[in-house]
Unconditional design. Structure first.
Length: 620
């Protein structure tokens, strides 16, 4: 039994991080403190001034740990890492670290490439972004490539370096082949300068020059050239329009605000890059309405900027706790000074108010959508409960499937739906180990035996406090099992459960002659389900998902085996080179037919490897 009085009495008078745990050993909250003794004690003193959130959390705490640090800043950095590691229930943590797309120009090369990346780095290259709308970014890149004949290969090309034969892009006029010496560094560089000007929004001079050239061409009766110049000017104007939303005065800035009601909060961010609002993003927290706005913003900023690709110079907020500490944290992350500003008047305040209004509208739309989905799922689960005469709603459903071709690369998969929604983090894959040949029944027996034997072992370890619930992959059991098959598969599942002394209802998903879901097999009887009902749609979604997951895993194993079966014996061609060859040529037959020059165009293939490939296939 954890002795709270003893441990509270012996808390150090130093900065650090405290970790709260529940009876299962799960980490439910991580916090940082300037003085651990004062901060942790507050939770266990009179709770009259505590929020409902804190009261509920404290009622679930059965023990706590702490880590002493040298400074409050170190505690903040450690807190961020631990929140990412444990995803505690009572902390605000993003479900995923979003890395927004950038347009990257490799200006450290003689002949720079222009492409989309999600990895921002201080590597001497030029980056534009981030952009929230990825589709718009790719459309912009496509337009740029239509206007400018840029190289798209990954070759290392230097002016005056070794010349190579131009690829297909040169012959279809999508590239001027600097690799073959057909384009100078200066000419190529002028294109890059124009692209940078366009992405910076400085289009006036470029379009003016194009229109002047168009008039000259038209006056000289070169109408085809004039039309090309006109289309080029229009395309550039289109790109500029994509870059603009509205303009603010300064450079890289983020505007963050939020709206909370009785049930949730929505944080909205507007990104301003190079003086333009380049996009926005929102994050909804359904169960954080009991937090203060300042607390939500504080936890959100440490979580979001702890994982995002780029931190701007200026961040505008309506309010925030521990402003100076957060500025220091962001400055460390960015590598240069970051300012957090709280405007009291003027256009910055007006912009923050607009961000808040957007957050309010987003939260209302989100709640309407979620409430609608939750209600539909609840009705479906209630219908399923009544149909199968279950004692409780099947809140957690696990579905299983087997995939193979004539018993080769046989795999089993498990997908999980909670409250009618897929829970991807709990999906599991099994490579069949004990069954030879196409035997789906015995393959399913192996999968279920492994799943529930692991589950029982983990439950035992959790009870003995050798494992936390968060660390278990199989310790949570389902309320209902769905088999992608008929009576045979259901009976296999029931036999496995009986052998472990586990009682869980099992259904089979029955298909018609067209391989579409028709109904359920339960207690050796078929139950037909109305095709237009919500339950039918939910079961179809589960069946499609488990089948998709199984097929995807099977294909990945099959492709890996095929990749190694023929090419793995070629000297100087490792796995990465084999994969690049298949990506470029599409098949082994095409690799056999490729010339030395064609092979050299493959990323990672040098002359030694190319000659080895030709020699290998010439002898086979």
């Amino acid at each position: 039994m954890f002795d709270f009085e003893y441990h509270l009495k012996n808390l150090p008078d130093k900065p650090g991080v405290y970790i709260m745990k529940n009876s299962l050993g799960e980490v439910i909250y991580v916090g940082k403190a300037k003085v651990l003794k004062n901060r942790v004690r507050q939770y266990f003193q009179s709770n009259k001034n505590h929020s409902e959130k804190v009261k509920k959390m404290v009622s679930n705490i059965t023990e706590f740990e702490y880590i002493v640090t040298d400074s409050e800043m170190e505690a903040l950095l450690l807190e961020c890492n631990l929140i990412k590691k444990y995803s505690p229930r009572y902390n605000i943590a993003l479900k995923d670290d979003k890395f927004y797309p950038f347009i990257k120009i490799t200006t450290n090369e003689d002949f720079p490439r222009v492409y989309v990346t999600r990895n921002y780095a201080k590597d001497g290259n030029k980056y534009f972004g981030p952009y929230v709308n990825a589709t718009s970014v790719y459309e912009t890149i496509d337009l740029i490539k239509k206007i400018y004949p840029l190289r798209t290969c990954k070759r290392s090309i230097t002016e005056g370096g070794e010349k190579t034969r131009p690829c297909l892009n040169y012959h279809i006029k999508l590239c001027k082949a600097p690799c073959a010496g057909y384009q100078t560094k200066e000419d190529y560089g002028n294109m890059i300068k124009e692209i940078i000007e366009i992405l910076n929004g400085k289009d006036t001079k470029i379009i003016k020059d194009l229109k002047e050239q168009m008039q000259v061409a038209s006056s000289e009766l070169e109408f085809e050239k004039a039309a090309e110049l006109r289309d080029r000017a229009l395309s550039i104007e289109n790109i500029i329009e994509r870059q603009k939303m509205f303009t603010v005065r300064e450079g890289d800035e983020d505007y963050i605000n939020l709206y909370c009601d009785g049930k949730g909060c929505c944080v909205q961010i507007f990104f301003s890059r190079d003086g333009k609002i380049s996009g926005r993003e929102h994050f909804v927290f359904e169960d954080k309405a009991d937090y203060s706005k300042s607390e939500v913003l504080y936890q959100f900023i440490t979580s979001f900027y702890g994982g995002t690709a780029q931190i701007p110079k200026n961040i505008y907020l309506p309010e925030i706790e521990e402003l100076e500490l957060l500025e220091e944290f962001l400055t460390i992350k960015r590598g240069s000074k970051v300012w957090i500003k709280i405007p009291k008047k003027g256009e910055k305040l007006e912009l923050l108010q607009m961000v808040e209004e957007n957050a309010k509208m987003t939260l209302e739309k989100f709640k309407d959508k979620i409430l609608s989905e939750k209600e539909i799922n609840r009705i479906s689960l209630e219908e399923l409960r009544e149909l199968l005469d279950l004692d409780e709603l099947p809140m957690r459903i696990e579905a299983y499937d087997i995939s193979n071709i004539q018993g080769v690369d046989s795999v089993g998969t498990m997908v999980v739906f909670e409250e009618g929604k897929p829970k991807n983090s709990d999906y599991r894959r099994f490579k069949i180990k004990t069954v030879q040949g196409p035997n789906d029944y015995e393959s399913m027996r192996e999968v279920l035996s492994r799943r529930f034997s692991h589950g029982l072992d983990e439950v035992k370890q959790i009870q003995e406090r050798k494992l936390t619930l968060a660390g278990g992959k199989f310790s949570v059991f389902p309320d209902l099992i769905l088999m992608d098959g008929g009576k045979g598969q259901v009976n296999i599942a029931l036999q496995v459960l009986d052998s472990y002394g586990i009682e869980i209802p099992v259904c089979g998903l029955v298909k018609d002659d067209k391989h579409n879901t028709r109904g359920l097999i339960y207690n050796n009887e078929e139950i037909i389900i109305a095709r237009r009902g919500n339950l039918f749609h939910m079961l179809t979604r589960i069946q499609d998902e488990v089948h998709r997951f199984a097929i995807t895993y099977h294909r990945s194993l099959r492709d890996k085996r095929t990749l190694h079966s023929i090419l793995e014996d070629i000297p100087f061609v490792g796995e990465k080179r084999r994969r690049n060859l298949l990506m470029k040529f599409g098949s082994v037959d095409n690799i056999k037919k490729a010339s030395i020059d064609d092979l050299l165009e493959t990323p990672g293939i040098d002359k030694k490897a190319a000659e080895s490939i030709k020699k290998y296939f010439s002898g086979n």
